[in-house]
Design a protein around this ligand. Structure first.
Ligand code: C5P
Length: 409
């Protein structure tokens, strides 16, 4: 999908630079030509020799090299690409970009370019959260620089939080979306549910579950990336709204069902939300009081509506393709096949969510695609990648090849 695209990869000096050769390799595998520019500090983490070997091109690092300036020149370097990708983008290089500094080859190229720039931030969580960094990001975003990530997770420094560079495979997806030539789902409406639901007991307490919403959000973003008009009905999550998606925020299962029904008609429905199976039978209008010696109040539960089953049985407004999830901790495939039949949906994405898999709050997922025809095992991959692969599969199924090709023109 990146055939013939020229990427100028600017590598700045963060620990995530050790992933740059992998990024170059993956971009080239998609057909892109990659030329690298490095800062001095990037060379502490990855060598010019390594980047030169994987890019099969000269690596540029010196603003004052007589030969480089004679042969290529920093202005030409900045104009000779289709896109500039800063990965990793440290807090330092983004501060320099925001202030228009040009104190080395990388920053000079970034100031001299008239080409689109994408940046994949990578830094410690405190540096990411610092007001200075956030102000610089706001400045750069307002100037049209597209941010890829960052992700949340374990950091090289031992801390945990926002600031990890998005994995190379997901940076490749972001670039593919950026070039977005293929929009096979243009004209289609996709409805996606995501996140947990909160079921109130009284005005302060609720029943919920551990869903992060990462998988559902990634699917919505991927469907929008393929051109679908996408409605994401989301329970409460910590995630930013995915780019290019209409987000409807809800709390309870009843609200989620109402929002989904209101969003119909749709061509595609993907129910990735972890909807609470039960809600409190009787929601107290005042906070339940606790007095010493009292027996705990009884909690009567009643079953919630099944959104996936309702959409699958929506008669004339039934989406052409209804996809559900099956989060299982045992007999994953068999239970998922039974669920496909019970809910009358078209496909089920089955995943093992036993605690040892780390699927729930994690960034990766190992899934199986169950259709009427059988089941397919997908290798472990990022939730972004699962979203991209599922969206592509949906497009391949719903849109005949010729139409997809016409849409790409
Ligand atoms: O029955 P179970 O909760 O295991 O089914 C999971 C699938 O059904 C998921 O796709 C989930 O989004 C959907 N679901 C729903 N409404 C419910 C319960 C589950 O849409 N009340």
């Amino acid at each position: 999908m990146l055939d013939g695209k020229k990427v100028l990869l600017i590598v700045s000096g963060g620990i995530a630079a050790y992933k740059s050769p992998d990024l170059v390799r993956r971009l080239r595998k998609q057909g892109a030509a990659v030329r690298c520019v490095m800062t001095e500090s990037a060379k502490q983490f990855v060598t010019p020799l390594a980047l030169g070997a994987v890019s099969e091109d000269k690596v540029y690092d010196n603003l004052f090299s007589l030969t480089d300036e004679h042969e290529m020149g920093h202005i030409q370097l900045s104009r000779d690409a289709d896109v500039l990708l800063v990965a990793p983008a440290t807090a330092n290089i983004m501060a320099k970009m925001a202030h228009g500094e040009a104190d080395n080859l990388a920053t000079t190229v970034l100031l001299a370019t008239d080409k689109p720039v994408l940046a994949a931030p990578a830094m410690n969580v405190r540096m990411w959260e610092h007001q200075a960094t956030q102000a610089n990001i706001a400045t750069l975003t307002a100037r049209g620089i597209a941010m890829i990530g960052p992700d949340e997770g374990d950091m090289a420094c031992g801390e945990y939080g926002m600031g990890r560079m998005v994995e190379p495979e997901d940076i490749v997806i972001a670039l593919q979306r950026f070039f977005g030539s293929a929009q096979p789902l243009a004209g289609k409406h996709a409805l996606v549910t995501s996140g947990p639901t909160y079921e109130p007991i009284d005005p302060v307490r609720y029943i919920a579950n551990r869903s992060s919403g990462k998988q559902g959000h990634a699917i919505a973003e991927a469907l929008a990336g393929l051109g679908a008009t996408t409605t994401l009905v989301s329970g409460p999550t910590q995630l930013p709204d995915p780019a290019g998606v209409n987000v409807v925020n809800v709390e309870s299962a009843a609200q989620m069902l109402a929002a989904c029904t209101a969003a119909l008609p749709a061509d595609i429905a993907v129910c990735a939300a972890a909807v609470c199976d039960w809600r409190a039978d009787d929601q107290a209008s005042e906070k339940l009081k606790k007095s010493p010696g009292d027996t705990p109040p009884p909690l009567q539960l009643t079953e919630n509506p099944d959104i996936l089953a309702t959409l699958s049985a929506a008669g004339e407004t039934r989406p052409d393709l209804v996809i559900g999830f099956a989060a299982e901790t045992e007999n994953v495939i068999d239970n998922a096949k039974a669920k496909l039949a019970r809910k009358r949906c078209d496909w089920i994405i089955a995943n093992d969510v036993s605690p040892e898999t780390g699927t729930f709050a994690g960034d990766t997922n190992t899934v199986h695609l169950i259709t009427q025809q059988g089941s397919e095992d997908w290798p472990a991959m990022s939730k972004t990648r699962v979203g991209a692969q599922l969206a592509q599969r949906i497009a391949d199924t719903l849109v005949p090849e010729k139409e997809a090709a016409d849409g790409a023109k």
